[in-house]
Design a protein around this ligand. Structure first.
Ligand code: THU
Length: 132
C-alpha cells in the first residue's frame, strides 16, 4: 500500500461525510501494519460541538476493533492547502501515534504535505506527565 493508494481510500471515505451544517467534508484512511484500512469521515450534529472529525472516527474504529498497530494516516478535504488536522484530533493522535508516525495531509488537487506526529503536536501532554 503506497501513500497515493491510501489517499484514494481517504477520498472515498470523504464522500460519506455527514455535514448538513458546514458542508465541509473530510475523509481519513488509517493504515494498520496488518494492511487493513480503517476509514473515517466527519459526522456532524445539530448540537454542533458533538460533531466528530474524520480522523478520530478512523482511529476510534480501529481501537474499537481491537487494533492498535498503526502504520500511517491520510486525511483529505477540499481545501486550498493540504488540510491541517484540528487540535482535538492532534491530541487524540498523540495518544496512539509515535512521534515519527507519518500523516499525509491532502486536498482534492492532489497536493500532499506529509508531516510527523511530532510536527503536528510537539511538547504534547501525555500519560507520563501525570507521574510525579
Ligand atoms: N473537521 C474534520 O473532520 N477534521 C479536521 O481535522 C478539521 C475539521 C470537520 C469537523 C466539521 O464537521 C467540519 O470539518 C468543519 O469544522
Amino acid at each position: 500500500m503506497n501513500k497515493s493508494e491510501l489517499i484514494l481510500f481517504a477520498q472515498k471515505a470523504r464522500e460519506k461525510a455527514y455535514t448538513p451544517y458546514s458542508e465541509f467534508k473530510v475523509g481519513a484512511a488509517l493504515l494498520m501494519t496488518s494492511g487493513k484500512i480503517y476509514e473515517g469521515c466527519n459526522i456532524e450534529n445539530a448540537a454542533y460541538p458533538v460533531t466528530i472529525c474524520a480522523e478520530r472516527v478512523a482511529i476510534f474504529k480501529a481501537i474499537a476493533a481491537g487494533e492498535t498497530d498503526f502504520d500511517q494516516l491520510a486525511v483529505v478535504a477540499d481545501t486550498k492547502r493540504p488540510v491541517p488536522p484540528c487540535g482535538s484530533c492532534r491530541q487524540v493522535m498523540s495518544e496512539f501515534f509515535s512521534p515519527s508516525f507519518s500523516i499525509h495531509t491532502c486536498n482534492l488537487e492532489n497536493e500532499v504535505k506529509t508531516v510527523t506526529m511530532n510536527d503536528l503536536l510537539p511538547y504534547s501532554f501525555a500519560a507520563s506527565d501525570m507521574d510525579k
